[in-house]
Design a binder for this molecule. Structure first.
Ligand code: SAH
Length: 257
């Protein structure tokens, strides 16, 4: 990369959308982990409503739908992800209970006190963990749940290279203890906290990208933005392999008091 300070946010969004639409999920995760987190949520019925924020093409949304009887709204900023989301819901015959909406997590187009559960895998960093917890709370019913994954430090100290990478990419990354304290500060009881296993990053995310990267680079041969996007993904993958003892995604499940 020509500029080591470039962040993912600065790449061409159309290219990013096309690249990430070509893989099953747009962030680390797995069906098993979604089901595990869902296991901590009580009292969901066919009348319950779930909001999946930053749903992408909906890998986790479809798992939620297949493991509950609830009505689910997926929301994402990018229309192309929502198109693919809707076609995934149709293919699984879930279109009666699962709807995709284009919108921003910074300005949710819903009435207050609507949802029994707010879900957000690999996306709250776009608004920031604390701001998301604060601003989304009003959309939950009392006793409703929030379940989000968030990049977190596993140790108090870490090597400079990985520390610098995250300070540039997402300075709100913090230790699990500090994230839990933030949940409590914003009026959620911590119900379950667990680290996503490595396969969520390797098998289910970075390794799935290897072929997609080759195809993408062939299609956009000579396109500097496309080449930088792939170089950045590969750099992230290398850093993960090197420093996975120090950071990862953590599922934070909380209950609105
Ligand atoms: N939950 C999916 C996608 C995670 S990637 C998965 O785990 O596979 C992060 C997602 O957040 C992307 O789909 C991106 O389009 C979406 N996003 C980014 N900024 C957003 C915003 N302001 N409002 C809504 N969605 C946003």
């Amino acid at each position: 990369m020509s500029n080591e300070n470039t962040t993912i946010h600065e790449f061409d969004f159309t290219l990013i959308c096309e690249y990430f639409s070509s893989i099953e999920r747009q962030g680390p995760g797995s069906s098993e982990v979604t089901i595990k987190a869902l296991g901590f949520i009580d009292n969901l019925s066919k009348d319950s409503r779930i909001l999946d924020i930053g749903c992408g093409t909906g890998a986790q949304t479809m798992v939620l739908a297949q493991n509950t009887t609830c009505n689910i709204t997926g929301l994402d900023l990018f229309p192309s992800f929502i198109n693919q989301f809707s076609s995934n819901a149709n293919k699984l015959n879930l279109q009666n209970r699962v709807a995709g909406v284009v919108g921003s997590m910074e300005n949710l187009p819903f009435e207050n006190v609507q949802f029994d559960l707010i879900w957000c895998e690999g996306a709250i960093y776009n608004i920031g963990f604390e701001r998301g917890l604060q601003e989304w709370k009003k959309f939950l019913k009392t006793g409703g749940y929030i379940a989000v994954t968030e990049a977190s430090w596993f140790t108090e100290q870490r090597p400079q290279e990985i520390n610098d990478f995250w300070q540039n990419a997402y300075p709100e990354i913090d230790t699990i203890a500090n994230k839990v304290a933030q949940m409590q500060k914003h009026g959620y009881t911590p119900i379950a906290i667990f680290i996503l296993p490595e396969n969520c990053w390797l098998e289910h995310f970075y390794e799935l990208q290897i072929d997609a990267q080759e195809k993408f680079l062939m299609k956009y041969k000579g396109n500097k933005s496309a080449e930088e996007l792939i170089a950045y993904q590969r750099h992230e993958y290398d850093l993960y392999k090197k420093y996975k003892e120090y950071y990862g995604y953590v599922f934070y499940v909380g209950k609105k008091i």
